[in-house]
Design a protein around this ligand. Structure first.
Ligand SMILES: [Zn+2]
Length: 249
């Protein structure tokens, strides 16, 4: 407010001064004017300094790193990542036979399986890793390039990377193009999927649906493919398929 008052005074004085030679009164007026200018300058300087001083509380990072007008940082897409998936190097030294594998087309389908071997209740890391390697060896023994599924979910809810999603899977007869394969470890004709496994399956389906833009109605079990002729993923998981689709829709 003081600055505004002083500015107003200066403006008024200047407008009245004209071009006349300075007399005593004029000199007095000029002294007052200069005093006013000094006050104005001091106020302006003080004001500028106040604007530049940081807050006494320093964590205001904007003062230390003011944002640039044209930031070179591209906006990060909001789609979920596959963070938390255990990389395949954690369970196998085997690599895909890349001269016998097709690139993955855009993902349009997700198919859920069980392994259909003996009932399996272990939840420890090493036993689960060994079971996945056993499955991979079985698939390699059939002449396949790698484990057929892209993801594996164990009974404790861990999600393991299977075949790299850059490659087409091998898990549904004649229907592997653009079809993401998820295996739930166990035999669900002989046992039920664990709650942790179902929770992890639900979460992972949501992540994959968001990442690959797959419709809930395009999430199928293996036996829901007409070409498949299989009991996979076992009656105790098949009976939950409608609920799984409703939950992720
Ligand atoms: Zn299957």
């Amino acid at each position: 407010m003081d600055c505004h008052s002083t500015t107003s005074t200066i403006a008024d004085s200047a407008s009245c001064q004209g071009d006349a030679a300075p007399g005593a009164a004029a000199i007095a007026r000029r002294s007052i004017l200069l005093l006013g200018l000094g006050l104005f300058a001091g106020c302006a300087t003080a004001g500028t300094q106040r604007a530049r001083l940081p807050s006494p509380i320093w964590p205001d990072a904007s003062l230390l790193n003011p944002p640039s007008v044209a930031s070179p940082v591209k906006p990060v897409p909001a789609t979920p990542t596959l963070a938390g998936v255990i990389p395949r190097t954690a369970w196998t030294k085997g690599t895909p036979q890349t001269n016998n594998i097709d690139p993955m087309l855009p993902v349009k389908w997700i198919t859920i399986h069980h392994d259909g071997m003996s009932a399996f209740s272990a939840t420890d890391y090493a036993s689960c890793a060994a079971r996945i390697e056993l499955i991979r060896n079985g698939h390699r023994g059939k002449g396949w390039a790698d484990i057929g599924y892209h993801f594996v979910i164990d009974r404790s809810g861990r999600v393991w990377e299977g075949r790299d999603v850059r490659f087409q899977g091998a898990h549904v007869k004649d229907q592997n193009e653009g079809n993401l394969g998820i295996l739930c470890i166990g035999n669900f004709d002989q046992q039920s999927p664990s709650m942790a496994q179902l929770v992890a399956l639900d979460r992972h389906l949501r992540v994959c649906r968001a990442k690959y833009k797959v419709k809930a109605s395009s999430v199928l079990s293996h036996q829901e493919w007409a070409s498949a002729h299989t009991a996979c993923p076992g009656r105790n998981l098949q009976s939950k398929m409608s609920g799984i689709r409703r939950a992720i829709a």
